[in-house]
Ligand binder design. Structure first.
Ligand code: PLP
Length: 597
């Protein structure tokens, strides 16, 4: 098998052949013997030799000081970059970065911070990797990993070795995809795992290594990957058309099915995602009530539009519309009284929450809490929105509202509702949803709230959604998945005890499990609590390390929780538990995991 370096070089040559720029990795500056490097390039030999033969001296391991990156000199042959580095000890050193005189490389260094460099032969037919010999796999690009790379070097090394085949794609993505991943949670240091296929409870990386999937399409895949009836339905539909630019029968059938299953969804409107559904919900609520303010709860997630995400990552709200955020009032997620007090002002359009507990159920929920909000919103003329993007069809067939009997005015859905394809739904009261139009009036637009969307209710999602909903409407798959999740958390907790690690898992009554790291030492209850949200936010490095260790052991999970499907049978769960045990064995003595003696 090709070494990772060869694979990268091959990959890069392929990129060049496609006429794209190639950027390679450098996390240290070295002085190179340029003449020798040129010879090697001309010989067509591989980068390992470049390291062995051309690296004369390594300069201090350092981070680039952005202010000094402008010192790039393209006039001296052989030396294209004079870079001023600040070492981790604060010492400033000057390094000459010697690459095969190429102006585009210089520009790359100037524009993108010189973690990466590429070396091309003069005719540009070959490229060579410059990388650090003593930190072979480490990638630190524009999207620096959140955890210190040496938090547990052994695990990092094992990870880099196991998933070396993903590295070339990761290199490429850093220069093509902003942040190198298209979901903040998928940007994962030292580099992400690239997956090629999935089936049932498993997926396989691009080199064919199996992983038990506890992530399951961010919760969308309650029947597992590639559920055959959904695959068939989508296959059939794709032959008939993927977008008609017109209404179609499946959207009506899909809407009727949702109406039948979800108590509050008397009328529905389709969107392309959960984020769009909550965005539309807030717009509809404001239009209906004529009021500006929205109340949401700490630790409850509603997607990524400004108001949904406001207050979710308190320190990272760059780019948000300050005006929008000003109209969002943050409430306590377990005590309804402050929210109820705020409702009295009479300017609140809606209260939005994840009824099954914030953060996919990591935080507490109760019927009493929901009931208190229901009564108060009724009393003060505000709407109650249940964001059942996660809980819909998972907590119960009709979501938390069907389990508790507390019916909101509006409900948002996504994930399961579209059968694992993109799609979202806003459902609600007839009179409230009428702001979106109350029927065709011979061309006269009756809607007060504008809502468009090229892919709303697209036929493929509709076909998948209808098929999937018909398979979960008896509640059996949900129960199977819930029992599997319980088996998993019991196993995780057993293994955590056996290895003496401060990790605890719980389910909060559904097929979603949640992981607490360091809860015992922090004095946080071992179960759903408000503190859970802060535990997650305070320990990103620990959650990332556990995730990495689990990947090494053959399990992929979202760092703080995971979704179990009806295809996770006992044998698969037991295998996952064993993997947790091996992961704990790896990291049990890392600070923050080890239980105090
Ligand atoms: C409760 C909740 N609401 C909304 C969303 C956003 O949905 P989407 O990712 O489809 O935009 C999510 C996503 O995870 C969610 O968990």
């Amino acid at each position: 098998m090709a070494s990772p370096e060869t694979a990268i070089a091959t990959e890069c040559r392929r990129c060049r052949n496609r006429g794209r720029e190639v950027y390679l990795y450098l996390d240290r500056a070295y002085e190179f013997d340029v003449d020798r490097a040129r010879e090697i390039v001309a010989d067509g030999r591989e980068p390992v030799e470049l390291e062995d033969e051309c690296v004369r001296q390594s300069v201090a391991h350092s981070d680039i000081d952005d202010e000094h990156v402008d010192h790039v000199d393209t006039s001296r042959p052989g030396i294209i970059a004079h870079l001023f580095y600040r070492t981790i000890d604060g010492e400033e050193v000057q390094a000459h970065l010697l690459i095969d005189g190429n102006h585009r490389a210089a520009r790359c260094l100037k524009e993108h911070r010189p973690y990466y460099a590429y070396l091309l032969s003069e005719d540009e037919s070959r490229s060579i990797i410059i990388r650090s010999p003593d930190r072979p796999g480490g990638i630190r690009g524009p999207n620096d990993p959140i955890e210190p790379p040496d938090m547990h070097a052994e695990t990092t090394q094992a990870y880099e070795q196991k998933f070396a085949s993903s590295k070339p794609l990761s290199y490429r993505s850093q220069w093509a995809i902003a942040g190198s991943a298209t979901h903040d949670r998928r940007g994962f240091g030292p580099f992400g795992v690239y997956v090629a296929r999935a089936e049932g409870p498993r997926k396989w990386d691009i080199s064919g290594q199996p992983l038990i999937d506890l992530w399951m399409g961010h919760g969308a895949l309650i029947m597992g990957h590639g559920f055959p009836p959904v695959v068939d339905a989508v296959r059939q539909q794709i032959e008939l058309g993927t977008h008609f630019g017109a209404s179609h029968e499946l959207e009506v059938e899909w809407a009727e099915l949702i109406r039948d299953l979800v108590p509050s969804a008397r009328r529905v409107r389709f969107t392309s995602s959960g984020t769009e559904a909550t965005l539309l919900a807030l717009r509809v609520a404001r239009a209906y009530t004529g009021r500006p303010v929205v109340i949401k709860f700490d630790g409850h997630f509603h997607g990524w539009h400004d108001e949904a995400m406001s207050h979710f990552y308190p320190t990272r709200e760059a780019g948000f519309n300050a005006g929008a955020i000003a109209q969002v009032h943050l409430a306590h997620p377990t005590d309804p009284e402050p929210a109820i007090e705020r409702l009295k002002a009479g300017d609140v359009a809606a209260v939005i929450l994840e009824p099954g507990g914030g953060s996919s159920g990591g935080l507490p929920w109760s019927r009493e809490f929901l009931k208190a909000l229901r009564n108060a919103t009724n009393k003060h003329g505000s709407l109650l929105i249940f964001d059942e993007v996660v809980s819909g069809f998972r907590h119960g067939v009709g979501g938390v509202q069907s389990v508790t009997g507390v019916t909101p005015d509006l409900t948002t859905l996504a994930k399961i509702v579209a059968g694992g394809l993109p799609g979202g739904v806003l459902g609600g009261r007839v009179d409230v949803m009428a702001v979106l139009g109350d029927g065709t009036r011979f061309g006269k637009r009756t809607a007060r709230v504008p809502h468009t969307g090229t892919f709303n209710a697209n036929p493929l999602s509709a076909a998948a959604g209808i098929t999937l909903l018909k398979h979960v409407e008896d509640g059996e798959p949900q129960e199977t998945a819930r029992l599997a999740a319980e088996r998993l958390v019991a196993g995780i907790n057993r293994e955590a005890g056996r290895h003496g690690v401060d990790v605890h898992a719980y389910t909060n009554g559904t097929s979603i499990y949640h992981l607490l790291i360091g809860a015992r030492r922090a004095g946080v209850p071992l179960g759903p609590s408000h503190a859970v949200a802060h535990l997650h936010r305070d320990r990103p490095a620990h959650y990332a390390l556990l995730r990495r260790a689990l990947l090494v052991e053959g399990v992929d999970t979202h760092p703080v929780h995971g979704w179990i499907s009806a295809t996770h049978d006992d044998a698969t769960i037991d295998e996952a538990v064993d993997a947790f045990g091996r992961a704990f064995a790896r990291i049990h003595d890392v600070e923050g995991f080890a239980l105090a003696a």
